[in-house]
Design a protein. Structure first.
Length: 230
């Protein structure tokens, strides 16, 4: 009796396995919701309908260059970025504000950075790249932040930064894909984060007294590594 019951149990289990393989249980279908597609909010919508302003001061030595290059500055800001711009002659500053058709609220800050870069001494052709690329910014420092120099020592340091006919400065710019402005004892660098770091290290080496030939050799190695990353 026991053997017969065991055989019946084995036969029943085998039949259940056959039925399970022949007719597997149906899995409930899972439907995923589609990703919502929202239109980008405009500047006046993000700020609750209020107009946002930015003001950029104009140094005395950049007032004449600003008048000459005004159309080159006005056209991309007004037509491409959809930002209103005007020159306040009494306060000697450039004023920017958003419009109802400004596509993004970040355009206002980009235009302010573009105008500020021009006031620091960069050409319009170089500074306008800040409107079209997000990873560009300006870093500024002074020679005394690296080393305290006075008199002729300071003059020689500035000469080492520029080089004969500006060769050293141009070499650093071309190797690191940056733009450098040397205004008295202040240095301004325009570029991406990694490129600015390389250019700043080279300029600091020159300030500390390294010869230009040694800085050139380091730049070749660093520029080769940067090219490999790209």
């Amino acid at each position: 009796m026991e053997s017969s019951s065991a055989a019946v149990t084995t036969t029943t289990a085998a039949a259940m396995e056959v039925d399970a393989t022949a007719n597997p249980p149906r899995q409930p279908s899972v439907q995923f919701a589609q990703k919502p597609n929202f239109r980008p909010l405009k500047a006046h919508e993000i700020s609750g309908g209020q107009i946002q302003f930015r003001k950029v001061s104009v140094p005395p030595h950049r007032y004449t260059p600003l008048k000459k290059a005004w159309l080159e500055i006005y056209t991309p800001i007004y037509e491409e970025m959809k930002i209103d711009i005007r020159m306040n002659l009494k306060a000697r500053r450039v004023e920017l504000k958003t419009r109802p058709d400004t596509p993004e609220v970040g355009n206002l800050q980009k235009c302010a950075d573009f105008a500020h870069a021009f006031m620091l001494g960069f050409d319009v052709i170089d500074a306008v790249a800040m409107l079209r690329m997000d990873e560009l910014y300006v870093e500024s420092f002074e020679i005394k932040d690296v080393k305290t120099l006075k008199g002729e020592h300071l003059s020689r340091a500035i000469g080492r930064l520029s080089g004969k006919g500006g060769r050293t400065k141009f070499a650093i710019e071309n190797s690191t894909r940056t733009r450098i402005v040397i205004a008295d004892t202040k240095i301004h660098i325009l570029g991406s984060f990694a490129n600015i770091k390389v250019a700043r290290d080279s300029l600091c080496s020159l300030i500390l007294g390294s010869p230009a030939a040694k800085v050139y050799s380091k730049l070749r190695a660093v520029s080769a590594r940067l090219a490999e990353r790209l």
